[in-house]
Write a protein that binds this ligand. Structure first.
Ligand SMILES: *Cc1c(COP(=O)(O)O)cnc(C)c1O
Length: 404
């Protein structure tokens, strides 16, 4: 076969806005927890499209659902109702156990959070309390709730009145929340921060504090939701935690863009006709994809798989020289390294046939498809010592002064 005159990556640089930096690979195909690049090289995917490909790549149930729906009714606008849209809303409420809930469907995590943010404005209060280390998305409203200075600062002024408190600090929440606060917004486990798990009583305390001031508790489960941590929702691991608002996206569509804002009781009635909208949100193809994801998680016990494979992954990581801490639950795991060589681990992993991810200089994140096999994790176990060695050698090479 002749090599193409120009690679996909070279064309990317000439045509796509440079918001992500140069892509590490051009991928052409996927199956299960494996992907293939433009040169035909195979990789085990430990990133899953950033916690999105819950059923892996090209799952037959997802392909079938999308194909059938698209050839039946693909899009009609929100002037009309469709069965998949209504069924998805009903099923999300069923999984949450919220008989008095309501759902707004959209196309991404940021959009799910924008809808929730607008909903909180309808309480008559405008202040919001969010956490340091949080990530809620890149649109202006979602960004206003995201703490990272590098993401925020180029875009100030952002929609205002957000107070950031240290994550997992009950006293700081207590001090920040009063009866001017519309909502307390938290990730049950902070994903982009590197899988940071709060103490087991933190969310219950946040709920008590929010309720005490008449504020809503809004949990951003965009990354943690839909089976990722081994339960349908991460807050289901915690006795007595019942948020007022939950936002979802990532794994919900299994790769099709689907976001959902779910609110219960009075919070579900805050947005009224004319208050919010979307052209694509809830479109039948996306809804059919999400329904196939929910059905397959149930039928194939992927919650059980997330627990079992998650334990295996955690054991693999704990067994590595250079890994000093392993965090998370189910198939959402963080690994802290004994030095700032996470980027080199990702590069060395790629050379060895593994898609890895770094969330910080010394932090790795693992959010593979829920269908990943024990054999794939065994392969990771076998390969990681050499990957970590190669990464340390690469750091020492570029940075001979570094000692650790
Ligand atoms: C990824 C993420 C978002 C943003 O989702 P997009 O689909 O990228 O807009 C919001 N909140 C959390 C917790 C996320 O992990």
């Amino acid at each position: 076969m002749n090599a193409p005159a120009t690679t996909i990556q070279e064309r990317y640089a000439g045509a796509v806005m440079n918001t992500f930096g140069p892509p590490a690979l051009a991928l052409v195909r996927g199956a299960g927890a494996h992907v293939w690049d433009a040169d035909g090289r195979e990789y085990v995917d430990l990133l899953g499209g950033i916690a999105v490909n819950s059923l892996g790549h090209a799952h037959p149930a997802l392909v079938e659902a999308v194909t059938t729906q698209l050839s039946t009714l693909g899009h009609v606008s929100n002037f009309f109702a469709t069965e998949p849209q209504v069924a998805l809303a009903e099923q999300l409420l069923g999984l949450l156990g919220w008989s008095d809930g309501r759902v707004f469907l959209s196309n991404s995590g940021a959009e799910a959070n924008e809808a929730a943010l607008k909903l909180t404005r309808r309480t008559g209060r405008t202040r919001l309390v969010a956490a340091e280390g949080s990530f809620h998305g890149r649109t202006m409203g979602a960004l206003a709730l995201t703490s990272k200075a590098a993401y925020r600062e180029p875009f100030v002024p952002l929609p205002g009145e957000v107070t950031f408190v240290p994550y997992d600090d009950v006293a700081a929440l207590e001090a920040a929340v009063d009866d001017t606060v519309a909502a307390v917004v938290l990730e049950p486990v902070q994903g982009e921060a590197g899988v940071v798990v709060p103490s087991p009583d933190y969310l219950a305390a946040a709920q008590r504090i929010a309720r005490g001031s008449g504020a809503l508790l809004w949990l951003d489960e965009v990354q943690t939701g839909i089976g990722r941590t081994g339960a349908w929702f991460a807050h289901h691991h915690l006795e007595g935690v019942e948020p007022d608002v939950v936002t979802l996206a990532k794994g919900l569509g299994g790769g099709m863009p689907v976001g959902a804002t779910v609110a219960r009781g009075p919070a579900g009635a805050l947005l009224q006709p004319g208050n919010h909208g979307t052209t694509f949100g809830g479109n039948p193809v996306a809804a059919a994809a999400a329904l196939a994801v929910l059905r397959t998680i149930e039928a194939d016990d992927l919650l059980g798989a997330a627990v079992a494979r998650g334990e295996q992954l955690a054991a693999v990581l704990r067994g590595q020289v250079g890994v000093v801490e392993v965090t998370g639950a189910g198939l959402m795991r963080g690994a802290e390294l004994d030095g700032p060589y996470a980027a080199e681990v990702v590069a060395a992993g790629r050379s060895a046939g593994f898609i890895l991810n770094a969330t910080g200089p010394s932090r790795l994140r693992f959010v593979p498809p829920l269908v990943i096999s024990a054999a794939d994790l065994d392969a990771l176990d076998a390969a990681l010592p050499a990957i970590l060695d190669a990464a340390r050698a690469a750091v020492a090479h570029t940075n001979p002064e570094t000692t650790r």
